[in-house]
Ligand binder design. Structure first.
Ligand code: PLP
Length: 444
């Protein structure tokens, strides 16, 4: 047995030894399509020469310099790329090493902002059930993934409370229209502000498109403007977590561009560096920075590896490739094909209740029966079976399930790299379809 702590302590996973384009190869030489880019990470696929060259060049010149004394070119360049044009009024960027660290930074910056502008009574966050913001304790406190929270519940912060996500497939009531459902969710958020005391709330946190916990669930039109109106009414911040759904994954660089709102703080990671280096970060609205500038003039937070030169160099190259190769056009084109093929394959499938997503970020939700939408017994571990059946067919995908809150079924995410070709999309859906049929046959 290996001495490394794997996700399972009982079984050693195969060794991944090489990656090229959308393919990964294990030690036995097996070719696996990286059909979900890991967990929606590998946006450029593997082995992109420009990114590798940029990492090597950075290592040749500067591997590390402590940010207490220095900045570095690659970090400055990455900040320019991300917020130099002030998208939505976001003017500053802070870089760290993961999505969880990004969420922690967002939480602390938001709190500090209110301290600096003379509102120290703001100490609470409202987030959403069935969301995921990371595995560190602050981010886990913000998250509403019941299964991931459960073992650590006694350690989680009571500063976070949770409202419903916008999950029309399961939570819309009867004949409720989109507008009525959105209004009900806005009323729920308003009621939570009132329950907590509106002037004690720092902000509302949400994934723009819910990733791992629900499986590519986008909000209904009008949802985010309605939520932002509630925040604005009470002077609270809107904090959007685009760790999984952002950086082009949904077809625009930032997914909030499709929602008619701009966040006060946005969290990014995964597609920022495409897996070539561990990097995450936050993008911050000018008014939050002004708040700090008018006070202490410093962000009271930091990490040894923040704005790491090599990680930032990798992310610069990834973002330049996405821009130069016009890959967001391909995300839109191949995303449309992926949707079409999934609908053809599963649109009438009795065990697929919902097919949903945006760009190259798609999921199917499994049900025992389309009419009742009843989920499979979590004990059957359908999601694990789908993963294994897909892997056996040369496809890595990202199934999730095992809910403890009984509010959803198993689902599986496909999130191919932005470089995917139409032929590769067809192969992904073919293999995925065969894997789903085999997994379902094994539980029925
Ligand atoms: N936020 C979202 C929406 C995520 O999907 C994830 C990871 O899956 C995280 C935060 C945490 O990111 P990391 O695993 O890089 O810490």
């Amino acid at each position: 047995m290996s001495h490394l702590v794997h996700r399972s302590l009982r079984a050693d996973p195969p060794l991944a030894v090489r990656g090229e384009g959308i393919y990964l190869y294990d030690q036995a030489g097996r070719e696996i399509i990286d059909g979900s880019g890991g967990a929606a990470v590998a946006c450029l696929g593997h082995g992109h020469p420009r990114v590798i060259e940029a990492i090597k060049a950075q290592l040749d010149t500067l591997a590390y310099a402590h940010t207490a004394l220095f900045s570095c070119e690659s970090a400055e360049q990455l900040a320019d790329i991300m917020v130099g044009h002030a998208p939505g009024g976001l003017t500053h960027a802070y870089f760290c090493s993961s999505g969880s660290e990004g969420n922690e930074a967002a939480i602390k910056l938001a709190r500090q902002y209110f301290l600096e502008i003379g509102q120290p009574q703001r100490v609470r966050f409202i987030a959403r059930r069935q969301s995921y913001h990371g595995n560190t304790l602050g981010a886990l406190s913000a998250g509403g993934n019941a299964m991931r929270r459960a073992p650590y519940a006694p350690l989680l912060s009571p500063a976070f409370s949770h409202v419903s996500p916008c999950y029309a497939y399961r939570d819309r009531e009867g004949e409720e229209s989109d507008a009525q459902y959105v209004a009900r969710l806005a009323a729920e958020l308003e009621a939570e502000f009132q329950r907590l005391g509106p002037d004690t709330v720092i902000g509302f946190m949400a994934e723009t498109v819910v990733g791992a916990t629900l499986g590519c669930v986008a909000a209904l039109p009008g949802y985010f403007p309605a939520m932002k109106a509630v925040c604005d009414r009470h002077g609270a911040l809107l904090i959007l977590d685009e760790v999984m759904s952002g950086m082009g994954r949904c077809g625009t660089l930032h997914t909030w561009e499709q929602e008619g709102v701009t966040p006060d703080i946005q969290i990014v990671a995964k597609g920022l560096g495409g897996g070539y280096q561990p990097i995450g970060g936050i993008l911050v609205h000018g008014r939050v920075i002004e708040g700090l500038n008018g006070g202490s003039g410093a962000f009271m937070h930091g990490h040894t590896y923040q704005a790491h030169p090599v990680a930032c160099a990798a992310a610069v190259a990834v973002q330049q490739v996405i821009r130069d190769e016009k890959l967001l056009d391909n995300v839109k084109a191949q995303g449309a094909l992926l949707e079409q093929r999934l609908v053809e394959r599963f649109g009438n499938h009795r065990n697929i209740g919902d097919i949903r997503g945006r760009g190259l970020f798609w999921a199917v939700e499994f049900v025992t029966d389309r009419a009742s939408k009843a989920p499979f017994d979590p004990g059957l571990k359908l999601n694990e079976r789908v993963k294994q059946e897909a892997f056996a067919r040369g496809l890595a995908c990202y199934p999730m399930g095992g809910t403890l809150d009984g509010r959803r079924g198993d689902h599986a995410i496909l999130a191919p790299p932005y470089i995917a070709t139409p032929g590769q999309i067809e192969t992904i859906v073919d293999r995925f379809g065969a894997a789903v049929d085999a997994a379902l046959a094994s539980v029925q």
